[in-house]
Design a protein around this ligand. Sequence first.
Ligand SMILES: [Zn+2]
Length: 360
Amino acid sequence: MLLIDGHLDLSMNAVHWNRDLTRPLDEVRRREAHLKDKPDRGRGVITFPELRRGNIGLCIATQIGHSVSESSPVQGWHSPEIAWAQTQAQLAWYRVMEERGELLQIVDRAGLLAHVAAWQTHLSTPDPSGDAPPIGYLLSLEGADSMLTPAYVEKAYAYGLRAIGPAHYGPGRYAPGTGATGGLEPRGRELLKQMRELGICLDLTHLTDEAFWEALDLFDGPVWASHQNCRALVPHQRQHSDEQIKAIIARDGILGMAFDAWMMVPGWVRFETTPQASGVCIETIVNHIDHICQLAGSARQVGIGSDLDGGYGQEQTAADLETIADLQKLPQILARRGYSTEDIQGIMHGNWLRVLSAAL
Ligand SMILES: [Zn+2]
């Protein structure tokens, strides 16, 4: 079954983790196994072959460039100009992946529908091991710091940017994010206006509660929370409260379920708890899916936003997930948990497709 993943940091992995995603996963792991600079070295779960094996024909893929002041509690680039340059290196990588036929950028509704149709045809052929279409990606910016001014959004729209999450971790130039406090910066309000004029979607993930509500108030365009689980099940500011989830539902938005273990099960201690000890498994995500479906009264507002290359790997995700292709276990798990075929198709791809199609 086709799977649309609402959040992957592909270019960050290529440009900053130095991972050649065109290669087999065991090779990528082997080449970096000796490195100690990142906690997930040798434990990544994503390459293009694995995305194809998992029928992930479309994703929302990010550019990331966090810029921080000297006093910032979090790490980042030391100027917005450097952050911008990082995002442009990431864009250059996406472009060469397009030239190789690995990726295809989706920028409008016609392109989206044609691409999904090509994947559905591919998956319905008797032997889908043949040449698969490229993996489609909708470009999104995680944290807006790299936009030197809101006017830069126009440049970014021209190269295909179709969504922005104004915040990431800590204080931000446009909006405070995970671990920070407060509302939107004046520049953030201007950014939302600019996004609305251009037709860029708003990703609410990572915003502080205050900034979340302000942004929803100011922005009447398409919204989603690309990689986002439930605070009612795992209490943390990074997670969304029931009120926030209901507000996204009311806008016919969608929440993408994230497979970062600490967001799936309560009590996870980073770099201490192991997936095996905590018992976190792919099925755990269904608790979050159930919760959102109960709030929505349907299974139409939830999808996948795995974030499975977001700075962690096997050490911090479901114990029964060896690679991202294992997300194909979900349809069976959902069926066992009582979901209809129609609901399962919605969660795997139909809901994202509906939201993206309307948004574009
Ligand atoms: Zn994130």
